[in-house]
Ligand binder design. Structure first.
Ligand code: PRP
Length: 179
């Protein structure tokens, strides 16, 4: 099944050329595909099932789409990690982490509602993509003793970052190479 899922992910991914000297990823075909949507939760969950996560945490906004699929596949709950300044302030107490510099070189803050992660929780971070590992590293810093690893669809991080963050992925950069 995972081989099928990987094939579908490769087939439905596009690079878009906005004409400004760089390509941008178009991941919308993944969500539009019934086969991918049906298989993605289990596909990503299987990367960490043996580690027995008890909760999934994902950064907005695409993580809010992928994370719940994985949580459902694992039979656990889901916690949103919000980007500071992206919306009206959240009323409940939050714990914030600095995101030193993401793949666009922009500083950000990611926060979760403080009461949602318990001391015994085993936290799996889920996202669609890891470019530099900045989101995963920031989230790990919020619960360093609870962090199990990060599951993503595409991992572009170099091996030392992949190992440091225990990143596991369905595709590598080579799978979606535009050349
Ligand atoms: O490994 P990093 O360097 O942290 O980069 C990975 C992040 O980049 C993308 O988010 P993007 O900023 O494109 O926002 P999106 O969630 O709105 O797609 C992706 O969804 C990850 O959250």
């Amino acid at each position: 099944m995972t081989t099928d899922l990987r094939d579908h992910l490769r087939a439905e991914f596009r690079w878009t050329d906005p004409g400004e000297g760089y390509l941008v990823s178009d991941r919308s075909g993944w969500w539009r595909s019934p086969a991918i949507l049906a298989g993605l939760g289990d596909g990503l969950a299987d990367l960490f099932r043996a580690d027995r996560p008890t909760v999934v945490v994902s950064p907005e906004v695409t993580g809010f789409l992928v994370g719940p699929l994985v949580a459902r596949a694992l039979g656990v709950g889901f916690v949103e990690a919000y980007r500071a300044g992206a919306r009206l302030p959240i009323a409940e107490p939050m714990t914030w982490a600095e995101v030193p510099s993401d793949h666009r070189g922009k500083k950000q803050q990611l926060g979760v509602r403080s009461h949602l992660i318990a001391p015994h929780d085993r936290v799996l971070v889920v996202d669609d993509w890891s470019a530099t590992g900045a989101q995963a590293r920031a989230l790990r810093s919020l619960f360093p003793h609870n962090y199990v690893g990060t599951a993503v669809i595409v991992n572009e991080c170099p091996p030392p970052v992949t190992a440091e963050l225990n990143l596991r992925a369905l595709l590598t950069a080579a799978d979606i190479d535009p050349d």
